[in-house]
Design a protein around this ligand. Structure first.
Ligand code: GUN
Length: 294
């Protein structure tokens, strides 16, 4: 029997649920709308936004994308966000990160209306997540990892979870999700990072490892207790002379070495990645439902 968690298949299940909600909204005369904003021509951001646009279209969400030049000022970007905040046909807004260095990311994320913040990056939504208030939006990648654990039947309550990486997009919110006193949570969570003294020792006692520190193939077989669940969030580009463009994408987990020992493991690609988009679509339909409810 395989120990792979098929993120693509689980994302498709969620898409089916989301499309039904989109159709129900349409039945009430509401067209779910999602606005993407991209600043500059970061190649990875172009690919990511392109994938999100395609999925929106497939599910029946009306998406619009504004691409601004890399020289756009912070003030100009704030004007666009204010316009999208005021546009009733837009239920969700996603400003793709990273932004050019002269723009302060935190200021931009805080300018998006919390009710349209389908990324879950606004301080109000970050606070709600920490408080266990489900009326906010959870960031898509950690929410996707959580959903994969739930739908794979992994016992989270009481589990020892080690989250690798303390970023605002994955590591910190992942910790907040799993430590809640709530169904499908109640875990004992350890957040390890670049200044942690003995990362391997923490990992070895984990029932669940979430690798999100952005270091290619960091998690090795000797860091994984046999039977542990391994979730790989990493997207790292490494040189590969055999690849057409001279490089390839790999995760934070040394998959070939770790898979034989893992109870369950996400492939990469095809594990967490598709779930990030599935959660974005779900957050968008939630935003549209709340905005259109009487
Ligand atoms: N860049 C990398 N991941 C994300 C994400 O989840 N949302 C946005 N807006 N930008 C990102």
């Amino acid at each position: 029997m395989t120990n792979l968690i098929d993120g693509r298949a689980i994302a498709e299940q969620i898409h089916v649920e989301t499309s039904q909600r989109i159709a129900a909204l349409r039945g009430r005369g509401v067209q779910a709308g999602l606005a993407f904003v991209r600043v500059g021509e970061d190649p990875a951001s172009r690919v990511y936004v392109g994938m999100k646009e395609k999925t929106s279209e497939r599910l029946g969400i009306k998406s619009t994308t504004t691409v601004l030049p890399a020289t756009t000022s912070q003030a100009e970007l704030l004007v666009l966000i204010a316009k999208l905040n005021a546009d009733a046909s837009v239920h969700g807004i996603l400003v793709q990160a990273p932004l050019p260095a002269h723009i302060d990311q935190a200021t931009i994320f805080a300018a998006v209306s919390p009710a349209k913040d389908v990324d879950g990056f606004h301080p109000v939504n970050v606070g709600k997540l920490m408080l266990g208030d489900l009326t906010g939006f959870a960031p898509c990648t950690p929410a996707g990892v959580h959903e994969l654990l739930i739908r794979s039947g992994v016992k989270i309550a009481g589990a020892e979870v080690v989250v690798l990486g303390r970023g605002n997009i994955v590591g910190k919110p992942m910790t907040a999700i799993l430590c809640q006193k709530a169904k499908h949570a109640d875990a004992t969570v350890t957040l390890v990072h670049s200044r942690t003294r003995d990362v391997a020792a923490h990992c070895r006692r984990a029932d669940i490892i979430v690798a999100a520190m952005g270091v290619a193939h960091f998690v090795k077989a000797n860091m994984v207790r046999p039977g542990a669940v391994v979730m790989d969030v990493g997207v790292n580009r490494i040189p590969d002379a055999t690849a057409k463009n001279g490089s390839r994408l790999v995760g934070d987990v040394d998959f070939a070495a770790v898979q034989p020992f893992a109870g369950l493991i996400t492939p990469n690609p095809g594990g967490v990645g598709p779930m990030t988009i599935a959660m974005l679509m779900r957050n968008t339909v939630q935003a549209a439902e709340v905005a259109s409810s009487v």
